[in-house]
Design a protein around this ligand. Structure first.
Ligand code: ADP
Length: 538
């Protein structure tokens, strides 16, 4: 293949493939992202469920605490006794309307737990955080206590307060008792943690029970330190969670995180799609290359055939040259020897005649072939005897056949006058006898038989030469086909004689076939008798 053609071929094949590949890649990437997004949504819903469970736990605490007997105004000993019955609570407290602690009362004797509570919560009371959250922190903090049955509409009845102290976040739940006094409880952090963990799935639980999925969820505190995690997954350093959600207040500084490795989320999904896309493209490329090779082969076959035709013309010209040279040479000899003995000029004239006949046969073949290529072959019927025409052709071959030791025997049975194309018959017979002359090496006879059978005349030409190999029997009738063996090597011929002879026979309503024979080649020509018509002047 020429480099230019190869470049065009590569461009035609690979440019569309490159475009398709690019589109496929984009598709795979978008599809991968879409899938990741969907999984993220599913995981976010799961995490929100866990958050709802934690929120449910805190609501439960709220209900339990609000169901406690009134705390405000109780003697400290009783409150202390009450606290001892509440494992989830560190400390209870009660505020007066100015936001000053009524219990634990710093002015009175305190237990060590109460002292510690006041120490860690001092900022809250100083800033009146809880009073403000309850909506009671007006400009006048010294206002009289409102009647318990008429709480101000804007005032809140309960709430959470979170603050950082020690190792992390601490929670205070406050509520308004029936008297209107604000009381509250500091939750026990360890206990709260244990309760939260209890509502979350067990450590061995897998976030998504699907094949090929590895995942882990975890609860992290405000410093992003893991508080608890479940699932089988060793988190590599620096890996970011697939989904993160903040817990609902009051634990909104904490987060739930989900890490997931699944074929749907990872690049594997896109990669799988890409694999499919590239598989398809490879198949397409193979199909395109196959198609290109097919067209290339077709094209080279056309080129080969064109080349064959050129060779044919060369061959024919070459063939025309030899008889012409002979004609010229013998004509010249005839000229110089005419006065000599009468025998020699006779031989020379005989050669001139034979060669000119051969030349006209060759030219006749070339012309017939070009006409048959243009579908312009025609038959012209004349009245006459088939045997006469055959005899004429046989006579012209007799001397050269005799020279090769081939005896010509003519069994003539078609003497009646019929309508047929004499030129066609002579051309067919001439080609068959010429082949005997060329290829029937070692033969000692050729039998020509003619039989007239009502509507058709059958002529057989049978020699006892080497014959034609069985596998070549059909192919010898194809144009330009020559049996390649030592018989044809060195023998002039373009491989069109039998093809033209068959075309002509078929045009004449008959056929030319190679009949089976024990020895040699046996060709059978059938010509249909043409309908009688008035002869048009040519
Ligand atoms: P050409 O003679 O120009 O090669 P033909 O079409 O007349 O072409 O013949 C085709 C082939 O058939 C020849 O090349 C030859 O091999 C084979 N052939 C034809 N007639 C005979 C024969 N009588 N004996 C052996 N081979 C023959």
């Amino acid at each position: 293949m020429k480099p230019k053609l190869l470049a065009v071929f590569l461009l035609i094949v690979f440019a569309p493939l490159a475009i398709l590949g690019w589109l496929g890649l984009r598709f795979a990437r978008t599809e991968g992202e879409l899938m990741r997004h969907r999984v993220q949504e599913v995981m976010a819903v799961l995490l929100r469920d866990f958050d709802a469970d934690i929120a449910g736990l805190l609501e439960q605490r709220e209900r339990e605490l609000m169901a406690l007997p009134p705390i405000a105004g109780r003697p400290p000993n009783e409150v202390r006794a009450l606290i001892r019955t509440l494992p989830a609570v560190n400390q209870l407290f009660a505020l007066d309307e100015r936001g000053v602690l009524m219990y634990p009362d710093a002015t009175k004797e305190l237990s060590s737990t109460e002292e510690a509570f006041l120490r860690r919560t001092s900022d809250i009371w100083r800033r009146h955080d809880i009073l403000a959250a309850a909506g009671d922190a007006g400009s006048d903090r010294t206002a009289p206590v409102r009647k318990s049955d008429q709480p101000p509409e804007r005032s809140s009845q309960k709430g959470w307060h979170s603050w950082y102290w020690g190792e992390g976040v601490n929670l205070i739940f406050w509520w308004r008792e029936a008297s209107g006094t604000i009381v509250g409880a500091e939750l026990n952090r360890s206990r709260l943690m244990a309760d939260i963990i209890a509502v979350l799935p067990e450590t061995g639980n897998v976030p998504m029970s699907q094949e090929g999925v590895v995942g882990m969820n975890r609860l992290v505190n405000s410093k992003r330190e893991p508080v608890y995690q479940w699932g089988h997954y060793l988190l590599p350093d620096g890996e970011l969670p697939l989904v993160t959600i903040d817990l609902s207040p009051p634990l909104s500084a904490w987060q739930l995180e989900s890490y997931l490795h699944s074929p749907l989320v990872d690049a594997d999904f896109g990669r799988g799609l890409m694999f499919n896309v590239f598989g398809g493209l490879a198949f397409l490329a193979a199909a395109l290359v196959g198609l290109a090779v097919y067209f290339y082969r077709e094209q080279t076959r056309d080129l080969r055939e064109a080349q064959q035709r050129v060779n044919f013309v060369n061959q024919v010209s070459h063939e025309l040259k030899t008889p012409l040279t002979n004609i010229r040479m013998y004509a010249e000899l005839l000229e110089s020897h005419l006065e000599e003995a009468a025998e020699k000029p006779k031989t020379y004239v005989g050669v001139i005649v034979a060669e000119s006949q051969r030349l006209s046969r060759l030219i006749g073949n070339v012309l017939s072939f070009s006409r048959s290529q243009r579908n312009a072959l025609t038959v012209h019927g004349t009245r006459g005897s088939v045997d006469d025409a055959l005899r004429c052709t046989i006579q012209s071959f007799e001397p050269s056949l005799a020279k090769r030791g081939i005896e010509t025997r003519f069994n003539a049975n078609a003497t009646d006058t019929i309508e047929f194309d004499r030129d066609v018959l002579e051309q067919i017979a001439g080609n068959l006898l010429s082949n005997v002359e060329k290829y029937a090496q070692g033969a000692d006879r050729v039998d020509i038989t003619s039989v007239l059978d009502g509507e058709s005349v059958t002529i057989t030409v049978a020699d006892n030469g080497p014959g034609i190999p069985a596998r070549e029997r059909d192919r010898i009738f194809q144009p330009f086909h020559r049996v390649s063996n030592k018989l044809t090597d060195g023998v002039a011929g373009a491989g069109i004689g039998l093809s033209i002879a068959r075309d002509l026979a078929r045009l004449h309503g008959g056929d030319l076939v190679l009949d089976p024979s024990e020895k040699g080649a046996r060709f059978k020509v059938v010509l249909h008798v043409l309908p009688t018509r008035t002869q048009e002047p040519s």
